[in-house]
Design a protein around this ligand. Structure first.
Ligand SMILES: NC(=O)c1ccc[n+]([C@@H]2O[C@H](COP(=O)([O-])OP(=O)(O)OC[C@H]3O[C@@H](n4cnc5c(N)ncnc54)[C@H](OP(=O)(O)O)[C@@H]3O)[C@@H](O)[C@H]2O)c1
Length: 334
């Protein structure tokens, strides 16, 4: 690699928090045993929180954020990766405890990443990123965990909250592709048609669910993907039919959950937490290997904004303010 490269660096000195695209020396990269030339990274809600103030996840400054990246191996000390291998790295505390993907080069431990399946490109891997990876995990949990693992009834009617966000929009697409009747929940009326184009059969406004829930309400859905938490999740739980699974991954509205035991003990509802950060390598390989079958990248492309490292600094506050839709991918070489 050339001696210098470009990266977005955050720093904290006293009360002064800064974010800046800088030119760095190769020896700045101090973690890991595999050096990767990054093609793309992506912007997730967690990245936006880290770009704001480190989100108490970053303990050492200066730091390179970016929880996701895809690219090509340049140097490797690991027998599992060789020069030229195309890889995907998401989660594993990369971008938090370790330097991440908002950079033209990244260096990580070999057991943080997988070889990219041939069925998708490095760009498509970041069109999905952690959001898509999480959407795949959530959708498999809601649908296949009940049908295949628990040998349960078929999952037909499902609800997805925060539906125009990164995780939500991709979950709508996957569950539709898996044959479900999908209700998408969004705060943005302007996104109703977009969500229908991704496969939603019905779209409802978040405000319809954002009130105190009854312990049990009319059973409407066989399963759910929740990215929002708070009142919305309580309400969703009260509307789940017998033995439904709610895959909960997010807190875009609130970390709080005010519910009762009734959905769990009367209807056997399962609240299934999703953590995409620490997923095993074996499961990562399986999930990424399924992506091409379930994702219509041409459709998704309409909601993709490809931005540079510099543009990222302007965009992240909009995500925190709930003003973004779809996915932002970062072309670190732009
Ligand atoms: N557990 C995990 O491993 C994991 C992995 C990835 C993400 N997450 C979490 O999942 C959530 C979604 O992530 P993302 O990347 O999809 O973020 P995102 O693109 O910002 O989407 C979040 C969506 O939630 C909705 N929303 C935002 N603020 C809201 C509010 N105050 N009340 C109700 N709805 C609100 C909006 O959807 P509408 O515009 O449709 O209303 C927004 O588009 C985040 O909390 C993130 O931290 C967790």
């Amino acid at each position: 690699m050339s001696e210098k490269f470009k990266a977005l660096v955050i720093n904290q000195e006293g009360d002064n928090f800064t974010r800046e695209v800088k030119s760095l020396e190769k020896n700045f990269l101090k973690h890991g045993n595999v050096l990767i030339k990054v093609d793309y990274s992506s912007l997730n809600f967690k990245d936006a929180l880290i770009l704001k103030n480190g989100a108490r996840l970053v303990k050492e400054f200066p730091h390179i954020p970016g929880v996701d990246f895809s690219g090509k191996v340049v140097e490797s000390d690991s027998p599992n990766f060789k020069e030229g291998d195309e890889i995907i790295c998401t989660g594993m505390r990369v971008g938090e405890a370790f330097y991440g993907g908002f950079s033209q080069y990244a260096k990580v431990k070999s057991d943080f990443m997988i070889k990219k399946p041939e069925s998708i490109s490095t760009r498509q891997a970041m069109v999905l990123g952690t959001a898509g990876f999480t959407a795949l995990q959530c959708s498999f949990t809601t649908k296949q965990t009940r049908e295949i693992l628990l040998l349960g009834e078929k999952v037909n009617d499902v609800i997805v909250t925060g539906a125009s966000g990164g995780v939500g929009s991709i979950a709508v697409m996957i569950l539709s592709k898996l044959g479900c009747n999908v209700t998408a929940v969004t705060g943005k009326e302007s996104n109703f048609e977009y969500l229908k184009s991704l496969g939603a059969n019905n779209v409802i406004k978040t405000s319809e669910l954002d009130s105190e829930a009854r312990p049990l309400d009319k059973g409407l859905y066989d399963g759910a993907v929740d990215t929002v938490g708070g009142n919305v999740l309580s309400k969703v739980l009260s509307h789940i039919k017998q033995s439904g699974i709610v895959a909960a991954c997010g807190n875009a509205s609130s970390i709080k959950l005010n519910t009762t035991v009734m959905p769990f003990i009367i209807r056997g509802v399962k609240l299934w937490g999703i953590d995409s950060v620490n997923t095993s390598i074996k499961r990562r390989e399986f999930i990424w290997g399924e992506a091409a079958k379930l994702i219509d990248f041409d459709k998704l492309e309409k909601s993709i904004k490809e931005i540079s490292l510099n543009e990222l600094i302007d965009v992240y506050p909009n995500m925190l303010a709930g003003k973004t839709s779809g996915r932002y991918i970062i072309n670190v070489n732009k």
